[in-house]
Ligand binder design. Structure first.
Ligand code: GLN
Length: 468
């Protein structure tokens, strides 16, 4: 009997190597778990037929283009779209023998923090189904914590891997901008989008990152990245850990979250790290407004391609071509993409470009410099990943600004192009709290080292209490 709730990818690899289970048995065990729990949780938008093979199963966020497998990005406008080619990350997974279980739910075009913006209905948090799993990659995070996939890929523009991993109690990495190919990914905001792994353990996360990272001639923004070192040590001697005070003392942070994060910081000290305070004074105040200009501006341009001619949905109710474009976009996009297309088009329009988009770009540089300065004295920075634990379904849907505020702590480092790792660091009100580790560019190995040592010291049980 395969316990998919507890089985890590590393554990699955062992079972396969020792021939205790076959690839087919493993795949079937996950399909059975999906059959049992996905009707309640709705992690998957599409479940695949077994492609065969001997490798470990994996789930892919539905913004990742997959040849012959529907790819909707959680939008009605891509309903019925079946890509004719694989995203590079999907190809790399397949080259490593990984078998695609299915495509996971996401906020429409990855715009959101709760997965409630999916045109196909929300995903529920496995720890408490009345709550959100976070977003936009809530489907991948919930699938991993409910044992419906041993690991998964997500995408992160402003926190969509880190924040759902925090709310669902698993490990998620947003890699350094440029280390993982976006070829074949449904584009949201191209200067920010990154693909990354979601897993139960830091080692699984590191391994999956090593599978997908590396230069890709099909994505000219990619570079070769340092070789991944699977973390094994349990001390943090010689490591300098910085605690940015504005991101740790912000009034939006719940007391229970603060407490769990403070405990993790204390553990860093006990494990031998040198811990000190630092400051990112403008990143917190300006990160969010700056992101919500730049990301919509880029989205308004990227989403121009959905016109009813080339992909997916086309409105049947049109008299002529212009009418067809208008109706297709009106009927195909949900409220959040529409809101962002409007904001972004405005911010880029003649007369406003300098005042909004131009200013935001300058602020972005300030945020990047502030982080670079902090890394002159520290190897890794720590903050909470999300100011709160998983919130109630429907709790923030009426107020877009309250929803945007979920990303307060994940956005600044994304704006700076830096890698970030979420590691579960305890419970508050019976729900997971996530610790965000931020490193300088290409310092994924340092994040894995700290994450792994903390994971051992904390001993977080990643199986949701109600499923144990
Ligand atoms: N929640 C943020 C947004 O709505 C980030 C989403 C993401 O990283 N894709 O834009």
């Amino acid at each position: 009997m395969i316990d998919t709730l507890r089985l890590t990818a590393e554990g699955a690899k062992d079972l396969l190597e020792r021939k205790e289970v076959s690839g087919d048995e493993l795949f079937a065990a996950y399909l059975a778990a999906i059959g049992e729990r996905d009707p309640e949780l709705h992690c998957y938008l599409h479940v695949c037929e077994d492609p065969g093979g001997a490798g470990i199963p994996i789930a892919l966020k539905d913004v990742i283009g997959t040849r012959g497998i529907p790819t909707t990005a959680g939008s009605k406008i891509l309903e019925g779209y079946v890509p004719v080619y694989d995203a590079t990350v999907a190809t790399r997974c397949k080259e490593h023998g990984l078998r695609v279980l299915g495509k996971t739910n996401t906020d429409e075009f990855a715009m959101g923090s709760s997965t409630e913006n999916s045109a196909y209905g929300p995903t529920h948090n496995p720890w408490d189904p009345t709550r959100v799993p976070g977003g936009s990659g809530g489907g991948s995070a919930a699938a991993v914590s409910a044992g419906l996939a041993p690991w998964a890929l997500g995408s992160d523009t402003g926190g969509s891997i880190k924040q759902p991993s925090a709310l669902c109690g698993n490990v998620g990495l947003r890699p350094t901008y440029g280390t993982v190919s976006r070829y074949g990914i449904v584009a949201f905001a191209s200067s920010l989008d990154q693909v990354g792994p979601v897993a139960k353990t830091v080692r699984d996360c590191a391994f999956l990152y090593s599978v997908i990272a590396g230069r890709d001639p099909c994505d000219s923004t990619t570079v070769e990245s340092p070789e991944v070192v699977l973390p094994a040590g349990d001390d943090l001697k010689g490591l300098r850990v910085g605690v940015p005070k504005e991101l740790n003392e912000h009034e939006a942070i719940e007391p229970g979250v603060r407490k769990a994060v403070e405990h993790a910081i204390e553990l860093c000290r006990q494990l031998g790290a040198e811990v000190g305070e630092c400051s990112l004074p403008r990143s917190v105040d300006f990160g969010l407004p700056c992101y919500y200009l730049i990301a919509p501006a880029e989205a308004s341009s990227n989403l121009a391609r959905y016109d009813g001619v080339r992909y997916g949905y086309r409105s049947p109710n049109s008299a002529d071509r212009l009418d067809m474009y208008t109706h297709t976009r009106d009927e195909g996009f949900g409220d959040e993409p529409k809101r962002r297309i409007l904001v972004g088009t405005y911010a880029l329009s003649a007369g406003y470009y300098d005042a909004y988009y131009g200013q935001a770009q300058k602020v972005r540089t300030v945020i990047a410099r502030e982080h670079a300065q902090a890394f002159e004295n520290f190897d890794v920075l720590v903050t909470p990943t999300s100011p709160t634990v998983a919130f109630e379904l429907g709790g923030r849907t009426a107020d877009p600004l309250a929803m945007y505020a979920s990303d307060l702590l994940t956005i600044p480092s994304c704006m700076a192009g830096l890698p970030g790792l979420n590691v579960p660091c305890g419970l508050s009100e019976g729900l997971p709290v996530g610790l965000q580790l931020i490193g300088p560019q290409f310092a994924e190995n340092a994040l894995f080292r700290v994450g792994h040592a903390l994971e051992q010291a904390i001993g977080f049980d990643f199986v949701p209490e109600r499923l144990r």
